[in-house]
Design a protein around this ligand. Structure first.
Ligand code: TA6
Length: 295
C-alpha cells in the first residue's frame, strides 16, 4: 500500500509516505525552509508540525494508541460530525477513527507543500449516521505556517446538520507559563459547569485547574503564548466561529489511559470549530472552514 501511495503521490524532497507508528501509513511533508509536518491516513490526523528555530509545535502523547478504531491522542484530531458528547455518536464523531484516502499531493510554484485527504460515508458510518457525505482535508505547509482546510459536502438527498472542529493539541514547555490570548469579552459555555454561560473577563487565559470551555462567536485571530519556550503561536480562522480551550489537569489526566499523568503540564488544546450552532447543509451544498497556525 505504501509503495503504491508513493508511486502516485510522492514528490521528491517534498512529500513521501512511510510506515508510521504500528505501521500505519504516514505522510511526511517537507518544506524547503526545513519545516516539516506529518499526517496519518488513520483519522486524517496531523500528528506533527516542526519549524526550524521553533521546534515541535504540536503535542503528541507518549501513550497515544495507533490502532484501528481508536483516536490518536495529540496533534490535530478532526471532530466530525459531532463535537464531544453533543449527540448519539461516539465522542467527537467518527472522522478521527476512520481510514481516510490520500487524493492529491502538490508542490506549488511558491514552495508550499500540500496534501489532500478525503473521507466518504462507509457502511460503518451509515450504520450510525445515515447521511452520504464527502469530507475533505487539505494540509498546507509553508516556512512558518500550517494551514488546515476542511470541506464538507452533502451527497444526500435530505439536509443534514453537523458540528466540526480541529481539536488541536499544542506543545508547551510549562502550562503554568502558558496563556491563550484574544478571547476577552467572549461568552463561553463551561463544560465543567453543565455548559453554564459566562463572559471571559481575562485578557489572557491562564491555567491552574482543569479547563474545558467552548467560546462562541470568537474573534478570528488569537494567540497561544508558550512563555516557557519564549514562543507565540498565532491562530487565524475563517468561517469557523467557535474556540474550545482545554487542559485536563491532574485528575482527568489520570483517568485517560492514552495520556501520561504528567502530560497536562506540557500541552494545551485550542480548538477551532463550528459547535454551538451546527452547520445545516442541503442536497449538494458544501461548507468550508480554514485555520492557519503561524509561529
Ligand atoms: O475539547 C475538549 C473535550 O471535549 C474535553 O471535554 C475532553 O473530553 C477532550 O475533548 C478529549 O476528548 P477525547 O474523546 O479525545 O478523550
Amino acid at each position: 500500500m505504501i509503495e503504491s501511495l508513493n508511486q502516485q503521490f510522492c514528490i521528491d524532497k517534498s512529500i513521501s509516505i512511510v510506515a508510521g507508528n504500528n505501521n500505519l501509513p504516514k505522510i511526511i511533508l517537507s518544506h524547503q525552509s526545513g519545516s516539516t509536518a506529518e499526517v496519518y491516513l488513520h483519522g486524517g490526523h496531523v500528528t506533527g508540525w516542526s519549524v526550524p528555530g521553533v521546534g515541535d509545535v504540536l503535542f503528541l502523547s507518549r501513550e497515544s494508541l495507533f490502532v484501528q478504531g481508536k483516536p490518536i491522542r495529540g496533534g490535530i484530531p478532526i471532530c466530525f460530525p459531532q463535537f464531544g458528547g453533543r449527540g448519539s455518536l461516539p465522542a467527537h464523531g467518527f472522522a478521527r477513527t476512520s481510514e481516510w484516502s490520500l487524493i492529491h499531493s502538490e508542490l506549488s510554484d511558491n514552495g508550499i507543500v500540500s496534501v489532500e485527504l478525503q473521507l466518504n460515508d462507509t457502511p460503518e458510518t451509515l450504520a450510525i449516521w445515515q447521511h452520504s457525505f464527502i469530507l475533505k482535508l487539505r494540509v498546507l505547509l509553508d516556512s512558518r505556517a500550517l494551514s488546515i482546510e476542511l470541506e464538507v459536502m452533502n451527497k444526500d438527498k435530505q439536509s443534514f446538520d453537523f458540528q466540526v472542529a480541529l481539536h488541536t493539541y499544542f506543545s508547551v514547555k510549562d502550562i503554568k507559563k502558558t496563556a491563550v490570548i484574544g478571547l476577552q469579552g467572549v461568552t463561553y459555555m463551561d463544560a465543567l459547569q453543565d455548559l453554564a454561560e459566562s463572559v471571559e473577563f481575562a485578557p489572557e487565559i491562564r491555567f491552574g485547574r482543569e479547563t474545558d470551555r467552548v467560546y462562541v462567536n470568537t474573534p478570528d485571530k488569537l494567540k497561544v503564548d508558550d512563555g516557557g519556550n519564549a514562543r507565540v503561536i498565532t491562530i487565524e480562522k475563517y468561517n469557523v466561529p467557535d474556540v474550545v480551550v482545554w487542559n485536563p489537569w491532574v485528575e482527568k489526566s489520570q483517568r485517560m489511559a492514552d495520556f501520561g499523568n504528567d502530560e497536562y503540564l506540557r500541552m494545551v488544546c485550542v480548538e477551532t470549530g463550528r459547535i454551538a450552532d451546527p452547520v445545516v447543509l442541503g442536497h449538494n451544498e458544501r461548507w468550508e472552514g480554514r485555520t492557519v497556525y503561524t509561529c
